[in-house]
Design a protein around this ligand. Structure first.
Ligand SMILES: Cc1cc2nc3c(=O)[nH]c(=O)nc-3n(C[C@H](O)[C@H](O)[C@H](O)COP(=O)(O)OP(=O)(O)OC[C@H]3O[C@@H](n4cnc5c(N)ncnc54)[C@H](O)[C@@H]3O)c2cc1C
Length: 305
């Protein structure tokens, strides 16, 4: 493995500029919940060709990798990640508008894409304007809010598979489900997303975005680091309500706490470790099951450990 790494480190420099190859990167600095140990390497590609070449190289050398966007739905273990993190965010985020369609590189933030939609009087993405991830992460997760989800607007995505091949997915081919997609199941990398929106009225769109974001500020603990709602909504219930009913409001393990404002959120009160958060997730599942008979499933992705 050591030799493979040495070769990889040499070869990767001919594909990506050295200032976009980082070593021993603390993942607590790359995730919104601010926990997690170091990734052995983190690469910030800036074009599709680089992504494909990196993947081909990793595949050939059998080096593990994981793709992240803004790290807003991710918990990395305290032991860190012994492979390559490919981060598709600011360095890879161009957005173009063509009639009622917007094409964005997968690292574009949802807030930026929604804002451009609004400025072009395009409606359909208002629900996403307060979700803090990238559009690539949102497609992978089929992110949603206020009764809408990415599935409703995604027309097509360009993806790269585990061997570095490009493939195009249209509509139903994404196999979208509740916070799931074919992207996750087949470990594809979203490189570009085309969303199809409707013509609307700019002030109505602005007002809807303002209202949704006000609802978020009112209901969610946005003042503390978190990974958003930790658990999927079980059919017929709300995870937050089940957790509150099990008496866990404000319950803490180390620096990780069930938010008093929204029991579906686990917040980092300042010095939480990934272990605190993961233990709290398991504890919540156990207690909620004992109390209501409902087994919660976590929505956040846990890497390593
Ligand atoms: C305060 C707060 C509020 C939130 N509100 C919502 C909400 O209302 N609705 C909602 O659905 N979520 C919400 N989230 C969770 C999160 O923002 C979304 O899931 C978001 O879509 C994740 O995007 P990301 O770029 O941060 O992905 P990451 O957290 O970086 O990654 C999440 C998953 O997507 C994969 N991924 C990321 N980028 C790509 C890519 N380009 N190609 C393939 N796979 C990729 C990763 O491998 C990982 O499995 C919230 C989070 C926070 C912190």
């Amino acid at each position: 493995m050591i030799d493979r790494w040495r070769v990889f480190i040499e070869e990767i420099k001919s594909v990506v500029d050295e200032d976009r190859i980082l070593y021993s990167v603390p993942m607590k600095e790359q995730t919104s919940i601010r926990v997690g140990g170091a990734a052995k390497m983190l690469i910030l590609p800036s074009c599709r060709k680089e992504i494909a070449e990196i993947i081909k190289m990793l595949y050939r050398m059998k080096i593990p990798y994981y793709v992240v966007g803004n790290g807003t739905n991710l918990i990395v273990s305290d032991e860190g990640y012994p492979g390559v993190i490919i981060r598709l965010a600011e360095n890879y985020s161009d957005i173009k508008v063509d009639g009622s369609e917007i094409t964005a590189l997968s690292g574009a933030s949802l807030a930026a894409v929604s804002n451009i939609a609004m400025l072009n009087s395009l409606t359909g993405l208002e629900f996403a304007s307060g979700i803090p991830g990238t559009i690539g992460g949102a497609v992978a997760m089929n992110a949603g809010a206020y009764n809408c989800e990415m599935k409703d607007v995604v027309a097509e995505t360009s993806c790269i598979d585990e061997q570095g091949n490009l493939l195009l997915l249209k509509g139903a081919e994404h196999d979208f489900g509740y916070r799931s997609s074919r992207i996750q199941k087949e470990k594809l990398i979203v490189v570009e997303v085309r969303v199809r929106l409707q013509r609307g009225n700019i002030s109505d769109i602005k007002e809807k975005m303002r209202y949704f974001n006000e609802c978020r500020r009112e209901k969610q603990p946005l003042d503390l680091p978190s990974a958003g709602s930790v658990f999927k909504r079980p059919p017929g219930y709300y995870a937050g309500r089940l957790i509150e009913d099990a008496g866990l409001k404000g319950y803490r393990i180390g620096g990780a706490k069930i938010s008093e404002k929204h029991c579906g959120f686990i917040v980092n009160t300042g010095n939480a470790t990934a272990n605190d958060v993961i233990k709290l997730i398991e504890y919540v599942k156990e207690r909620v099951f004992q109390h209501s008979g409902v087994m919660l499933e976590h929505e956040v992705k846990i890497l390593g450990g």
